[in-house]
Design a binder for this molecule. Sequence first.
Ligand code: CA
Length: 541
Amino acid sequence: MKKALLTLLFLFIFLARTGSADDRPNILFVFSDDHAPHAIGAYNGWLKSVNPTPTLDRLAQQGMLLEKSFCTNSICGPSRAVIMTGKHSHKNGFMSNGDSFDWNQQTFPKLLQKVGYQTAIYGKSHLKGKPQGFDDWAVLPGQGLYYNPDFILPEGRKQIEGYCTDLVTDMAVDFLRNRRDQEQPFMMMVQHKAPHRNWMPATRHLHLYDDVTIPEPATLFDKWDDNTPSAKYQEMEIDRHMHLNFDLFLDLDESFDGEQLPGDFDRTAWRNFKRMTPEQIAAWRTAYAPKDKAFHKANLTGKDLVRWKFQRYAKNYLRCVRGVDESVERLMKTLDELDLTDNTVVIYCSDQGFYIGDHGWYDKRWMYEESLKMPFIIKWPGVVEAGSRNTELVQNIDYAPTFLEMAGVEIPSDIQGKSMVPLLRGDQLSSPWRESIYYHYYEYPSVHMVPRHYGIRTARYKLMHLYHFDEWEFYDLETDPDELTNLYNDPSQAKLVAEMKRKLSALQDHYEDDSNMSVMPQQWQDDVRARKKVTRPPTRG
Ligand code: CA
C-alpha cells in the first residue's frame, strides 16, 4: 500500500513537472539593431513599396503588430538594458553606450531560469561583461563584425568564418535542434548586429535592389527651419556627415587605407575588410566597382549627390535587413520541423528606430518619431488573434513583465513596465492602459552631437526638453506627423503646453528620474556648439 502511494506520488510529481513545462510557452525573441518600423512592410511606411521584409510581414499576419511601440532611450546598449530589467535607464544604470551593465542586478532571464526555463542568448549583447541568467550563450564583442566575426563563448573567444546574421541564426537553430532540454520550456534571444552601421550586406544580397530606385522620404531635404537650434547642430546628415568611403564603401580596393580617413570614425568596418576571404572581397568588388565607376563619371553635386548617397545607403541598409528577414524565416521553419510552432511565442523587434534619410539624417538618438519607434510584432498561437493590430502606447520597459507573465512568474514590484499580456489577449480593459510615455536620452557631447533631452508623448502630442540648452519643442502628431511645425511658442497652444509640462513632471516623479537635468552654463553651451574642446558636463554617476 505504502509502495503504491509512493508510486502515485512520484507519478503526480512527474506529471506536474512535465505538465507545467508543456503548458508554459517557449519564448523566441528575435531582435535586430537599428531596424526602423518604416523599413518593415507590415508597418506601412514609405519603404513598403520595395517589399523589404516578406517574412516579417507574414509574421504580422499570423500575430499582432503594435503600432505605437517606443523605446525609452534611443540607443543600442541602453535599450537592451531596459529590456533585460523592465526599468528605465536611470534605474538600471546603463544610460549611455559608454556605460557598463551591472549583470548582478535582477533581469527577466534570471527570473525565468529560476522557474525552470532554459535560457540562451546568441549575437549582439552590447551590455559588456559576461552574460548572467543564460544557460547557453555566444555574444559578439562590442558591436561585432559583419564578416568572419569573433564570438565570446563560455569557453573563450573564437573567430568563426561566415556572415554574422547567418552565424547567429546557425547558433539559434543548433540550440533548437541539439542543445535544447526537451523537459524545459526555453527562452532564446537571437540578437542580430544587422542592420547597424556600417551597413555590410551578405554577398548573396549585394545585387538586391540593383534595378530599383528606393523612394525618398518626404523630409530628405528638411532644413529644420522650425526646430530649436539643437536640431541644426547635430552631426548625422547624409549631406554633410555621411562619408563616401567610410559609410558607403566607395572605391573599395586593396590600396585604400581606412585608417587614414579624416574624422573620428569607428574604423571597425574598414578593419573588417582585412579579415574577409578573397572570395568575399571579390564578390564586393564585382558588386561595387561598376557602380563606383558610374558615380565618378556622373560628377554629382548638391542635391543630386545627396540623392545618390541616400540610394547607396538605403539599399545597403535594406540588404542587411533582408538577411535578418531570412533569419526569421529559417527560425520559423525550424520550429515547424521540430513541431514547436504551436507552443512558441515568436517576437520580432529592434532596439530603436532609425532615420533612413528622414529629416536628411541617418542614425537615431532623438525623440522624434523615426527613432523613438521600435517595431514589435508578436505571434502567440492560440492567444494572439492573427492579423491583429494594437494602438496602445507600449515601451521596452514592458517586455520583461510581459515575458514573466507568459511564464507564470509573479512580476517584482520594482519593475517599472507593465505586462502587455492583456493587450495581446485582446482583453476588454477596465481602465485606460497608459496615457503617456517617458523618454530620456543622455549621450552628450558625443558622436552625432544629439543633445541630452527628455520628453513626454501621448497618443496625440509630444513635448521635448533639450535641457542643457533649455530648448523646447512641442508637436501635434495628428496634424503634423513629420514634426515639422514646432508649436512650443504658439500662443494658442500655451494652455496645452502648460498641461503637458505638468504631465511630464508627474512622469519624472512616477519613474523617479533623479538624473542631473540642469541647464549648462552659457560658456559651455557656446563652446560645445562651436565644437571647441569642452569638459564633459556634470553627470549623475
Ligand atoms: Ca541600435
